[in-house]
Design a protein around this ligand. Structure first.
Ligand SMILES: [Zn+2]
Length: 169
């Protein structure tokens, strides 16, 4: 388990490095949109007439009410994003959604709205790494993921001690 989470962080860093390289280090809104399109996803801005029409078309009006952005994979592959967000938030939210895509959180053909803790943390970590160039230091979520690794490692250690004890006993 401990190893698994260590691998996870390395995998996120590897993906972030790869995507940053493809953008020549310029993580702009335009570059992110272009990269998302390269992954085969359309981009739809909602809270504007055209985007809201798309929400209705895919029956996502209620979904969009509680989200700044999300990935839709069913009839089409689309990253939806709230058009009313400030520019910097658009960058952050789109990087997060791109994180879900490149980290393989979305199953093909499945309507995937990922709200699961570890995948959220992974997508968040990806977005932070994209913005920080892989140098994550004082971010709270970075501490959260580090803490999680420690907890898992300790749990693994405890388990192996118990197992060892049982074997010896
Ligand atoms: Zn997410």
């Amino acid at each position: 388990m401990a190893k698994e989470y260590g691998v996870t962080v390395n995998r996120i860093r590897k993906e972030a490095t790869k995507v940053r390289k493809a953008m020549n280090g310029n993580v702009t809104l335009e570059a992110i949109v272009a990269y998302i399109k390269q992954t085969g996803h359309g981009i739809v801005y909602f809270n504007i007439p055209w985007g809201d029409e798309e929400l209705r078309r895919y029956d996502l009006v209620d979904t969009a009410k509680t989200k700044k952005g999300f990935v839709y994979h069913q009839i089409a592959q689309i990253v939806f994003i709230d058009d009313t967000l400030p520019h910097t938030d658009k960058i952050r939210v789109l990087l997060h959604e791109l994180g879900h895509i490149v980290l393989g959180h979305i199953d093909e053909g499945v309507f995937a709205l990922k709200d699961h803790g570890i995948q959220e943390l992974e997508a968040h970590t990806f977005a932070r790494m994209m913005l920080d160039g892989g140098h994550m230091t004082t971010d709270n979520h970075w501490f959260a993921i580090t803490a999680m690794i420690c907890v898992v490692m300790l749990a693994g250690l405890k388990l192996s001690i118990v197992k060892g004890g049982a074997t010896n006993g």
